[in-house]
Design a protein around this ligand. Structure first.
Ligand code: ADE
Length: 245
């Protein structure tokens, strides 16, 4: 999969693309991530990328020309791609949006800044606006990193021998069960006995119960959409009648 990121702050991506799972996937050529500085496509002696809004008001707006030329330059090389704009006004990004994006061959992510970008880019060049949550970041760069990180994990072979992404929180609509590793006792806190039992069936039921319990306590909204089995429903019925504490 190829991802192009259009930004005014290319340096922000340097470490992000070198480390961990993403760094390895790029080395293995499973992912090709290219960073483009929007300013390289600005004209004039000062390479201006923003200007005052027509109609007045505070803040600056990103000019359409540099972004348009950057998009054209990329698509001349790659052909037509899906163009995404990171913005707090977009569709909320979640795991199912990530699956959708992971099936594309090529994505172009535009990181907005200042008060926003010229509306004509949004209406004529952008296929989808994406928000990573109901808060306002100073720019789209952190949001682009979130999207690239989440989508990359779903690209075939990126996780390699590591834990399957199908076990991740949200993949079956539930939060994940708690994890423990050595030592057996840490600050007087013991690892649940069942995990030491070696009984795979008991462990499976314990994990599923913890997953359901956590989801019920923290995100009951997720239970409406989750893929629940008959066993899950029985466990939930027990959890809900058990007195707390
Ligand atoms: N740019 C500023 N805030 C954002 C958000 N919440 N999501 C995506 N892009 C943004």
């Amino acid at each position: 999969m190829r991802v192009d990121i259009l930004t005014l702050f290319p340096d922000l991506f340097a470490h992000f693309l070198k480390e961990s799972i993403l760094g390895r996937a790029i080395k293995k050529e499973l992912l090709d991530i290219q960073i483009t500085n929007i300013r390289s496509f600005a004209t004039g002696p000062h390479r201006t990328v923003d200007d005052r809004p027509y109609g007045g008001g505070d803040g600056m707006v990103l000019k359409p020309g540099p972004i348009y030329r950057a998009l054209q330059s990329i698509e001349r090389e790659t052909g037509k791609s899906s163009v995404l704009l990171l913005s707090p006004q977009g569709r909320t990004f979640n795991q199912s949006a990530a699956w959708e994006l992971s099936r594309k061959e090529h994505l172009i992510l535009i990181c907005g800044h200042y008060e926003g970008i010229d509306e004509r880019i949004r209406t004529h060049c952008v296929d989808m606006e994406l928000s990573i949550g109901d808060y306002v970041l100073s720019g789209g760069e952190l949001a682009a990193m979130v999207v690239v990180d989440v989508v990359s994990r779903l690209v075939p072979n990126v996780l390699g021998g590591e834990r399957s992404n199908l076990e991740d929180t949200f993949e079956d609509g539930l939060l994940e069960y708690p994890h423990f590793t050595r030592p057996k006792v840490f600050k007087d806190l013991e690892v649940p006995e069942v995990l030491l039992s070696g009984n795979h069936e008991l462990i499976r039921v314990w994990r599923r119960t913890e997953s359901l319990k956590r989801t019920l306590e923290r995100r009951p909204d997720l239970l409406y959409k989750a893929k629940l089995t008959e066993e899950d429903r029985r466990i939930l019925a027990q959890l809900q009648v058990e007195p707390r504490g």
